[in-house]
Design a protein around this ligand. Structure first.
Ligand code: PXP
Length: 249
């Protein structure tokens, strides 16, 4: 029988955003990651941006040595980031757009535009044992290109779905949900592992978590925000509860 369990990856970038606002060491994203691990996160996600606006090189090093759960290392497709990933060999590498020209109008990575370069770019990462994922919009052609370049995983961009929800545009939100549903199925049938994330909150997670082809959700900003009100551990536990509830129906 197919395995339809759903993993929660907790993105700790914005713990580092708060830390960096004062330029010191507090609050420590590694401590947050360890707490997330203790309350049931299946993985930790961190995005080392080219401008180091939140996570730093030292954070990645610290996460690699402190974590028991897998690290999902988000990065742009640059030589500098590839060198860092090959040095640490995290469990997973998720390629994300950072510059406008790298992204589609929907906000995901434009894999088609850079197909040959991305194919060459991810090969050494896969040879090093990293599971490589592409952060793409719910777009069939981008998913086909992701499969052609040899990636293991697609992460579906849920940002548009969450934005429509926030704007109260129910028709657009439901249409986007249909696209996410169809494309999760399409990618799954192609043999890709399907993840999703960006902008998810307690209000939006149910419909996405209910899509059985999705194996992992990566959630960060909302959880760090909610930690202000109820603490990080309880914030994560509530997300986990909602994800489980969505799978039970
Ligand atoms: N997935 C990917 C690929 C991301 O780049 C991010 C961060 O932008 C997330 C998930 C988590 O998004 P958020 O912090 O909005 O929950």
């Amino acid at each position: 029988m197919a395995d339809h369990s759903l993993r929660l990856g907790v993105n700790i970038d914005h713990v580092a955003t708060v830390r960096n606002a004062r330029g010191g060491a507090y609050p420590c994203p590694i401590r947050a990651a360890q707490l997330a691990e203790q309350v049931g996160a299946d993985g930790i996600t961190a995005h080392l941006r080219e401008d180091r606006r939140h996570i730093t090189d030292a954070d990645i090093e610290g996460l690699m040595s402190a974590l028991k759960v897998p690290l999902n290392f988000e990065m742009a497709a640059t030589q500098e980031m590839q060198d860092i990933a090959l040095r640490h060999k995290p469990h997973a590498v998720c390629i994300v757009p950072e510059k406008r020209e790298e992204r589609t109008t929907e906000g995901g990575l434009d894999v088609i535009q850079e197909e040959d370069r991305l194919k060459r770019f991810i090969a050494p990462l896969r040879e090093a044992g990293c599971r490589v994922s592409m952060f793409v919009a719910a777009d069939q052609q981008q998913i086909e290109a992701t499969q052609r370049i040899g990636a293991d995983v697609i992460e579906l961009h849920t940002g548009a779905y969450c934005d429509y929800h926030a704007d109260g545009d129910v028709a657009a939100r439901e249409q986007e949900l249909v696209s996410l549903k169809n494309m999760a199925r399409f990618a799954y049938d192609l043999g890709l592992e399907v993840h999703a994330g960006h902008g998810l909150s307690y209000d939006t997670v149910h419909s996405i978590a209910a899509l059985k082809e999705i194996k992992e959700l990566n959630i960060g900003h909302f959880l760090v925000g909610e930690a202000i009100f109820r603490g990080l551990g309880p914030a994560i536990q509530e997300m986990r509860r909602l994800m489980n509830a969505a799978r039970e129906v």
